[in-house]
Write a protein that binds this ligand. Structure first.
Ligand code: GLY
Length: 402
């Protein structure tokens, strides 16, 4: 074998490592196509049960967040996860076109209205774009929902610091000065939408500057994201980094990496800035070849979690990742596009299997099991959580092109 051939093979091996072959991709696409109606039928059964459970418990103003070994957790409208159950109902309506699901989506979306001016966190994008945003996209709503989204975006923008060039994520805990988390990328979509739909054009600049600054400061050389970067507003410099929901400060918290791919893919869609595409691709490529990934492609809650292979999985990270990869595949092109889509389909097939999909009546009416909320805080471990359901249904809609 000549030197040139050896080098060529080396390159081929490296690229095969970075982008796993999509063996059986066509069969997997066909299998997932067959699963989609079954999953939405299951969602109908489950969400009817969840709504009944909320009624039985007299939950009239809060929204369902999670179910862990028989215990429900609900949140008041200002909670960060409140947009996901209404959003899941909008996705159910988008698929079924049944009036009853539209009415349910409208009723649960309305529960967020009292929080439209809330300035106590950065999660307004998660909360209001997943709920009211999908009501515009799928439910035929217009100015009524738009007004609420404009207020939510204005509230989010109060957290912008011009000297820092960042939106402050949290006002807690006391020992942090100006914390910014990778999840913050997800709240930028609402700002971009408002800027393009008659609201303040300035929000586009805020979103880009926030994304730019994270792109420059929030990542390790291998492309993985920190969870929390804490800035000192007096010096304008980073003074600490925290693992927070992850296993260790230099580790890769699974959902955080998924927020990164989703957020930067979305920013590329909204801006055409190739740097955002490059960031999403770098992260996605790391995930496709990630260490400690089980055969079913549903990650442990952290890629460096203690106790692997017995560490808890995080179905929510897989659902976010699958949805993100399906969109990224549209922009990445060529071999990468095929690899991203094939991986998303593999993940969705696992999530649609009895190993992760709740049986009728199981999980208190949520759709997926085996997610992790915050393991270091010992909350919502091996749980059913509303954002897993939301991104799972979103990914299936993206898969069928809706
Ligand atoms: N945004 C918080 C989380 O992903 O748990």
């Amino acid at each position: 074998m000549g030197m040139k051939t050896k080098i060529m093979l080396g390159v081929l091996c490296l690229s095969a490592l970075a982008l796993p072959a999509a063996d059986g991709a066509a069969e997997n696409e066909a299998r997932l196509t067959a699963e989609v109606p079954k999953v939405f039928a299951r969602a109908e059964t489950q969400f009817a049960r969840l709504i009944a459970a909320m009624d039985e418990r007299g939950v009239t103003t809060e929204l369902p967040r999670s179910w862990t070994r028989g215990v429900y957790k609900t949140e008041p409208p200002i909670g960060w996860t409140t947009g996901f159950f209404p959003g899941s109902l909008w996705y159910l309506y988008a698929y079924t076109q049944k009036d009853e699901w539209k009415a349910a989506a409208e009723a649960w979306t309305a529960r967020l209205e009292p929080a439209r001016h809330y300035t106590g966190n950065h999660d307004m994008g998660f909360m209001f774009f997943c709920s009211y945003g999908n009501g515009i996209k799928y439910g035929g709503h217009g100015d009524d929902y738009k007004a609420v989204i404009f207020d939510a975006a204005a509230a989010l923008a109060t957290r912008w610091s011009e000297p820092m060039g960042l939106i402050r994520s949290w006002d807690y805990p006391k020992f942090m000065q100006f914390p910014v988390i990778i999840d913050s990328m997800m709240n930028l979509e609402m700002l971009e939408w408002v800027a393009k739909n008659g609201g303040s054009r300035a929000y586009d600049r805020l979103a880009r500057r926030h994304a730019d600054k994270l792109d420059a400061t929030h990542f390790r050389p291998d492309g993985t994201a920190y969870h929390v970067t804490d800035w000192n507003p007096k010096t304008g410099k980073i003074w600490a980094r925290y693992a927070w929901q992850g296993a260790c400060v230099d580790g890769a918290w699974a959902r955080g990496q998924a927020w990164c791919v989703y957020g930067y893919t979305m920013m590329y869609r909204e801006t055409d800035d190739a740097r955002y595409l490059a960031r999403a691709v770098k992260m996605a490529d790391w995930i496709l070849a990630a260490p400690n990934l089980p055969d079913d492609k549903i990650p442990y809650w952290d890629y460096q979690a203690a106790g692997i292979p017995d560490a808890p999985r995080d179905a929510s990270a897989a659902a976010v990742m699958a949805s993100a990869l399906l969109e990224l595949a549209k922009y990445a092109g060529g071999e990468k596009a095929a690899a991203y889509r094939a991986r998303a389909v593999e993940m969705l097939l696992s999530l649609a299997s009895p190993a992760y999909l709740c049986a009728p009546g199981e999980c208190g009416g949520f759709l997926l099991k085996h997610s992790v909320g915050n393991l270091p805080e010992d909350t919502e471990i091996d749980a059913s959580i509303n954002y897993a359901d939301y991104y799972f249904l979103e990914a299936l809609l993206r898969f069928i092109g809706r």
